[in-house]
Design a protein around this ligand. Structure first.
Ligand code: ARG
Length: 365
């Protein structure tokens, strides 16, 4: 066969089918499948993955995610094949089911739900929310904010569509779904049994609970495109479980997010008059302790950054034994607290290759 052009659909499809058969030698005849895919592309302008190819592709997309420290368990990803769905209502319904399956009463399971792909006759459906569960961020007339500033734009969009926010600091946004061929998203309130949340308490400081902080259990990214063998799945929400620092050292701590370090430092009675008292660092540790403690008490899966760093190095070693590199982005892998205390800090990684596929890609436009 003539080598197809690398970047074309045909080129990508053939490369994927070859990789699939290389890694799954029991999966049947590669040459037969390649011919079938080529004929289907010739006839229809695209091709359909088998359910097995889809599951393999989604798992490898996770394995290839250079920013993810949690890749040791990539083979265990539960892949929901929902490619027959492209309407907003049924997509919302299945996203809610995704959250129930993933939440699993607290024993979080990594899941991806794959909805209809982009096709020769136009783009597939899309989910506007960056994650299935996110808290609203309301801009106040006086310039202040209530909730998560990161979602200010999405909150405005939801309100434009008719959603009435209650102006609470931890208010779950509705799911905004644009169906295939539709111009505007429709919004759907998340049913209560889909949004497992944990109220934050500190193991030693009773006042901590009074801060009223909480976070949801399932981080389910919903604005990335899953690309497998040249086919793009624009609605393919996926989740793992949280590592504590994502919440304790970023979402609740960043000055442009919930910005809780000053108030925690005040309750701790710390001297905030100078950076040299390390009041930020001390408040940060207590906040992270509260996050880990509260998830543990609630029976919700969460990793600490020491354990997850260890697992990641095991993942790299395991991949190396199989002759595969593990591209990784140092600045995302090293945890935002106590980086130097974890083994992931003290080394470099295989270079990130933006062309690597299958992949979860940022949505462009
Ligand atoms: N950092 C994001 C957040 O805090 C979630 C990213 C995915 N995280 C994960 N553990 N799978 O919401």
């Amino acid at each position: 066969m003539v080598e197809p052009e690398a970047g074309s659909l045909v080129g990508q499809a053939v490369a994927f089918v070859r990789q699939y058969h290389r890694e799954q030698p029991a999966a049947g005849d590669e040459a037969v499948r390649v011919r079938q895919v080529l004929a289907e592309i010739e006839r229809t302008g695209s091709y359909r993955h088998t359910p097995q190819e889809l599951a393999f592709g989604a798992r490898v997309a996770w394995r290839n995610a250079a920013r993810c420290i949690g890749r040791l368990y990539w083979r265990s990803l539960v892949v929901r094949d929902l490619r027959h769905l492209d309407g907003p209502e049924e997509i919302a319904r299945e996203c809610f089911e995704h959250l129930r399956l993933a939440g699993n009463g607290g024993r979080i399971r990594p899941v991806v739900s794959v909805f209809a792909p982009d096709g020769p006759d136009g783009p597939g459906p899309r989910i506007e929310n960056p994650q299935l569960i996110r808290y609203a961020g309301h801009r106040q007339p006086d310039g202040g904010r209530i909730g998560d500033p990161a979602t200010a734009e999405l909150t405005d969009l939801a309100r434009d569509l008719g959603w009435k926010g209650g102006q609470e600091p931890f208010e779950v946004l509705p799911l905004l779904v644009t169906g295939r061929g539709e111009l505007r998203p429709r919004w759907y309130e998340l049913p209560e049994d889909t949004t497992l949340e944990v109220e934050l308490r500190h193991p030693e400081h009773a006042w901590f609970a009074e801060l009223g902080l909480r976070w949801y259990a399932v981080p389910a990214i919903s604005d990335m495109v899953l690309e497998i063998g040249g086919v793009r799945y624009p609605a393919a929400p996926f989740n793992g479980w949280y590592m504590g620092t994502e919440i304790g050292a970023r979402n609740l701590a960043d000055a442009d997010r919930y910005d809780q370090l000053p108030v925690i430092a005040e309750h701790l009675g710390l001297d905030t008059s100078s950076e040299r008292t390390l009041w930020r660092d001390r408040a940060l540790i207590e906040l992270n302790l509260a996050v880990l403690h509260s998830f543990q008490e609630a029976g919700v899966t969460m990793a600490d950054h020491h354990t997850e760093s260890d697992r990641f190095l095991r993942h790299i070693a395991q991949e190396a034994r199989l002759g595969r590199p593990t591209p990784a982005d140092w600045s995302w892998i090293v945890p935002p607290v106590s980086g130097g205390l974890t083994p992931v800090y003290h080394r470099y990684y295989d270079p990130v290759d933006p062309e690597l596929r299958p992949a979860f890609l940022p949505r462009t436009g």
